[in-house]
Design a binder for this molecule. Structure first.
Ligand code: HEM
Length: 427
């Protein structure tokens, strides 16, 4: 246990609160809900945590406080260059967190007018996606993946389905062909891993995306890259590149997690297993349940206080880091029914964030996830878990909430006679 930098005594006096480590052995996915409750009991809606030894931050787990954090940009900036620990050199430039939070000329790290300019371009590019075409291409990609393992009558749906499908779909939407999309996925995974190869990985990303941008400037087509390049916001090539990286990073792991966890709910939760067949609950209800209970991003970094202020009973200093405790805020007793019962039909969860930076891809992300889930249920109708549910575990991460594996078996795949071989999903 250590004390976060700049933690002032709680308002009204008292001792400086001890910070809870949000890394290491504490990261057992099943135990995280209890950890958030313990933090709420001990510290209230804004809890002191450390995200690495000696690196303190505030985890915002009150629903109301999280809405304020995401909506009041003048107090809570997106620009990591305001972070005191970084400015003072107390977090090295090669720290594992830096590939996720390090500044780039992209919407995720911009405030005010600069953010609005890039956000309009990204939102317009996403709004141009044709829903019918997206559903068709996701279904086709899903059927090809299912066909690749159908003969074995068993699969681990995390690596063989939930990871591959959004990779193919999102890189296709960006305008990349299959093999190049795969190379981009590997390079971005290498960058996020923050290991010795990260510098090379960043160079590979630049080279793939600058080549894509050059090609789309010469021959625009119906994809997100071309839409960004021709947008009236007049993004530079560098801005287009970094916004493409943000879209991939923000969209891939999250959609992977959403698909896999929803399949787990449908396979294991007795309420869903019995109710879907008779129409009491729908797949959309399962998707929403996951957004409430296991949001694909459980904690999102970050905002930085622009001034000293009082917030959630804490004195926050200018330059402090605040984390969006999305999972913790979703289970705030102020928004959950007293018995913690399922939240069917209620979409006031914070899985997509809120305010001006809330996820701009909620509709396509739902369409991709829903189609992925529907297609596998349709093509593998007797799908069942191949291990007891108690053997399933979550990836250990303070940020992402995703299954480590989802082993399944099935007997009679119902595959179409011909699979759509269109190489890449497009808009
Ligand atoms: C096709 C898939 C997706 C794409 C392309 C995408 C893209 C983005 C982008 C570009 C941002 C930054 C917005 C801004 O700063 O203005 C963002 C933010 C975010 N996205 Fe998504 N996203 C996708 C799927 C998802 C999914 C499935 C989830 C979780 C259910 C999710 C959760 C979030 C959250 C929590 C934020 C941050 C909100 C905030 O800072 O207030 N995204 N997304």
């Amino acid at each position: 246990m250590s004390v976060p930098p700049h933690a002032s005594p709680p308002l009204g006096g008292g001792r400086c609160p001890a910070a809870t480590a949000l890394y290491g052995p504490v990261l057992d996915g099943d135990a995280m809900p209890a950890l958030y409750e313990e933090l709420r009991r001990t510290h209230g809606p804004v809890a002191p945590v450390t995200i690495a030894p000696g690196v303190g931050a505030w985890l915002v787990i009150g629903h109301r406080e999280l809405l304020r954090l995401t909506r009041e940009e003048q107090d809570f900036s997106h620009d990591p260059r305001r972070w005191t620990l970084l400015r003072e050199g107390r977090v090295p430039a090669n720290a594992p967190i830096m590939p996720i939070i390090g500044w780039r000329p992209a919407l995720l790290f911009a405030d005010g007018q600069q953010h609005r300019r890039m956000r309009t371009a990204v939102s317009d590019a996403l709004a141009g996606i044709d829903g019918h075409e997206l559903r068709r291409s996701v279904r086709a990609a899903a059927e090809r993946l299912i066909a690749s393992f159908a003969d074995r009558r068993e699969a681990d749906l995390v690596p063989h389905y939930a990871r591959k499908l959004p990779l193919q779909v999102i890189t296709g939407l960006l305008g990349l062909d299959g093999p190049t999309g795969q190379r981009l996925g590997q390079a971005i995974a290498g960058m996020v891993a923050a290991n010795a190869d990260s510098v090379n990985a960043a160079e590979r990303i630049d080279s793939i995306l600058y080549e894509l941008i050059r090609e789309k400037r010469l021959r625009p087509s119906d994809d997100i890259t071309s839409a960004l390049l021709s947008h009236e916001a007049r993004l530079t090539d560098e801005e287009v590149l970094h916004n493409l990286v943000v879209m991939f990073v923000a969209g891939h792991q999250t959609t992977l997690n959403w698909i896999a966890t929803t399949l787990r709910v449908l396979l294991c939760d007795p309420a869903f297993r019995s109710s879907i067949a008779v129409g009491h609950l729908s797949v959309d209800d399962a998707l929403d349940l996951v957004l409430w209970r296991h949001p694909p991003t459980q904690n999102f970094p970050a905002r930085y206080a622009t001034r000293d202020l009082e917030f959630g009973g804490r004195h926050i200093r200018a330059g402090d880091m605040l984390l969006l405790g999305l999972a913790g805020a979703n289970q705030d007793p102020e928004v959950l029914p007293a018995d913690g019962a399922p939240v069917i039909g209620n979409r006031s969860h914070l899985a997509f964030g809120a305010g001006p930076h809330s996820c701009p891809a909620q509709d396509p992300a739902r369409l991709i996830t829903r189609t992925a889930v529907d297609t596998i249920r349709h093509r593998l109708p007797d799908l069942e878990l191949a291990v007891p549910e108690s053997e399933l575990s979550w990836v250990k991460s303070p940020w992402s909430k995703g299954l480590a594996a989802l082993p399944v078996r099935f007997t009679e795949p119902q595959l179409p006679r011909t699979t759509d071989t269109t190489d890449r999903p497009h808009r």
